[in-house]
Design a binder for this molecule. Structure first.
Ligand SMILES: Cc1cc2nc3c(=O)[nH]c(=O)nc-3n(C[C@H](O)[C@H](O)[C@H](O)COP(=O)(O)OP(=O)(O)OC[C@H]3O[C@@H](n4cnc5c(N)ncnc54)[C@H](O)[C@@H]3O)c2cc1C
Length: 580
């Protein structure tokens, strides 16, 4: 190991150039080409990249210093051998090659911005609001006319409004078996759509109000980076260039399109499906994941004939099978067909329907449908931002790579939400948004949540948090398990349902809860307790000895814990009878 200098490069005709930002500190591990300081002349700003990789032993400049060619900026204990390409600053960050931005003149900008947030979804608006609360001057940019991103406009909220309508219809039908008979529902699609839009409008309008209260400036347009400090915003053919000190990218994701599926008004994605134009008749949902099954739940209740095709051998791939089984059983009784381990190989648009070809092993078949809903996943929007001009690394799938402080490989640019990786969930985006905002405001925040719960708002709902049985088995993680079947829950039976299950996974060494899963009505609400238990390091006694109200579904969490502790009285479990 040798100590080497990083010197100020040739700055053309410029001398005594101002250091406006020092991006590293002594002790940091830096990669070759990682930006270490930002310089500003009266014409442009530029990041000076590290010419050697290793551990920074000394930084010789501060914000406000003036430097000229050859001045030593920092000293590095060189790692041998130095590797090419820029790696993220933190050792926790994923590795992705980053483009090297030449330190050429910066494009001129129309005005200066302290913090620019690109994308106003749950990640972006949360980041913008938190940063404003911490005293930063924030500009929030989005291409859409309303704030809230996918989640509020075409995701979580409209889907849950429609799922509520589906639940009311299903509950009313279910009561006919118990002596309360309602007339068959008459669905006015236009009115239902208007109500759903009203719910969305209330929330997105509320965000506009919150932005105003915080003096967050909202700028409409499509943003594209021109350099590490300048972004161009285009709206209705007009461009403006903003020079930002720091930026948080929250550009989200979009639905994957299947290349062989023709462009046809009868082919829906999640966004057009939420438009609720009409009863889609015979609807094939391609993709048995959460979004596809939620929309199938809506349309089945509204009278459509549902078929589901899923490439993998199970619905909701990755979810534990014991949680999926009750859902699959219910859906098989209601849907036309559920084809698992089956691939869609072709779609041909005919005047009288969409001809879909399937392959399952050696078997092939063709069927006709009135509509298709393609719900095969989402891709991050990382490739649509001109991120390379800012020097921000984008991996081959379009994700931006970040460290635990949500910093990209360019230290003054952060990224959050769907664009940085799975799970693509609104609550992950908003938590990351807070971290990025706090770090941008100078706080030492980290994204260190132990678990991010996931919920399928199907009927029954499925929810899980932390270690799953599938994941633990695949990764060789030791666990012990306890479960409470809802057939023994008074609350569940009084809802007319008995298929649910609550299970908890424990670390055999510490007896702490490390994961949990719930299937049954309201599972999505119940999983919050499991997530809190994991974050708090709770064990089975902590949960079981917490008095849960009776009769509630929340008792099933306590009873799963009691089953593990051996103190459960609501079921007879011979193995753990001797517990205390
Ligand atoms: C049908 C459906 C249902 C869902 N249900 C749930 C759920 O129940 N629970 C849950 O947690 N998650 C759900 N999700 C996922 C959730 O919506 C996303 O995880 C979440 O919205 C991601 O937030 P984000 O801030 O990262 O990005 P997004 O919400 O995707 O927002 C990104 C924003 O960036 C803007 N943007 C992108 N590029 C540019 C650009 N170049 N210039 C300007 N603006 C740009 C977009 O217009 C958008 O407003 C659902 C998704 C769908 C599609």
């Amino acid at each position: 190991m040798s100590v080497q200098d990083i010197a100020c490069p040739d700055l053309g005709d410029f001398k005594d150039v101002l250091v406006i930002e020092v991006l590293v500190r002594a002790g940091d591990e830096i990669a070759l080409d990682a930006p270490i300081v930002t310089l500003e002349t009266d014409k442009a700003t530029m990041d000076v990249p590290a010419t050697v990789a290793g551990r920074l032993v000394e930084v010789l400049v501060t914000k406000g210093s003036k430097v000229s060619q050859g001045d030593v900026l920092a000293r590095v204990e060189a790692a041998a051998p130095a590797v090419s390409a820029v790696a993220p600053k933190s050792t926790t960050a994923p590795k992705a090659p980053a483009p090297v931005v030449s330190a050429g003149p910066e494009p001129a900008a129309d005005r200066e911005v302290q913090l620019l947030v690109l994308g106003a979804g749950p990640g972006g608006y949360t980041a913008a609001f938190r940063a404003a609360d911490l005293g930063l001057k924030v500009v929030l940019v989005d291409r859409w006319p309303t704030l809230g991103g996918v989640c509020l406009n075409v995701g979580c909220i409209p889907s849950k409004a429609l799922l509520h309508a589906a639940k009311v219809i299903d509950d009313a039908q279910a009561m006919s078996a118990h002596g309360v008979v309602f007339a068959a529902p008459q669905v006015d699609f236009a009115q239902l759509r208007a109500w759903k839009n009203q719910v969305v409008g209330k929330l997105t309008g509320g965000l506009t109000g919150l932005a105003k209260q915080r003096k967050v400036e909202v700028v409409r347009g499509v943003g594209r980076f021109l350099s590490p400090h300048v972004i161009e915003i285009t709206h209705q053919g007009q461009q403006q260039r903003l020079r930002f000190e720091q930026c948080i990218i929250a550009a989200g994701s979009e639905a994957i399109k299947l290349p062989f599926v023709p462009s046809d008004p009868r082919v829906l994605d999640s966004t057009s499906a939420l438009e609720l134009a009409e009863n889609p008749g015979r609807l094939l949902v391609i993709g048995g994941g959460i979004i596809g099954l939620e929309m199938a739940t809506v349309y089945e209740a509204l009278g459509a004939e549902i078929s589901v095709v899923e490439l993998t051998p199970q619905l909701i791939p990755g979810c534990d099978l014991d949680l999926v089984r009750p859902l699959e059983k219910r859906l098989r009784a209601r849907y036309q067909q559920i084809m698992l381990g089956t691939k869609v190989t072709a779609v041909v648009a005919q005047p009288d329907g969409l001809q879909v070809s399937f392959a399952a092993g050696d078997n092939t078949s063709t069927q006709s449908f009135d509509h298709l809903l393609v719900a095969v996943g989402r891709v991050p929007n990382g490739r649509m931002l001109g991120a390379e001009a800012a020097g921000v690394a984008v991996d081959e799938r379009g994700y931006l790579t970040v460290d635990k402080q949500q910093r990209t490989n360019v230290a003054h640019i952060y990224a959050i939400g769907d664009v940085v990786g799975q799970p693509m969930l609104a609550h992950k985006a908003s938590h990351e948004g807070k971290v990025a905002a706090e770090v941008a405001a100078g706080q030492k925040s980290y994204f260190d949540a132990r678990v991010i719960p996931a919920v399928a708002y199907t009927d029954p709902e499925i929810a899980w948090a932390g270690v799953t049985e599938t994941g633990a088995k695949a990764q060789g993680v030791a666990f012990e398990k306890a479960a409470f079947p809802w057939a023994a829950s008074g609350r569940s039976l009084s809802l007319g349902r008995d298929e649910g299950l609550t299970k908890l996974l424990f670390d055999p060494a510490t007896q702490r809860v490390i994961g949990g899963g719930v299937v049954g009505p309201n599972a999505g609400e119940l999983i919050a307790e499991v997530a809190l238990a994991i974050e708090m390091g709770a064990d089975a006694h902590d949960i079981g000895l917490t008095v849960h109200p009776h009769p509630t579904l929340s008792e099933t969490v306590a009873m799963a814990a009691e089953a593990f502790a051996g103190t459960l009285t609501d079921l007879y479990l011979p193995k753990r009878r001797a517990g205390h």
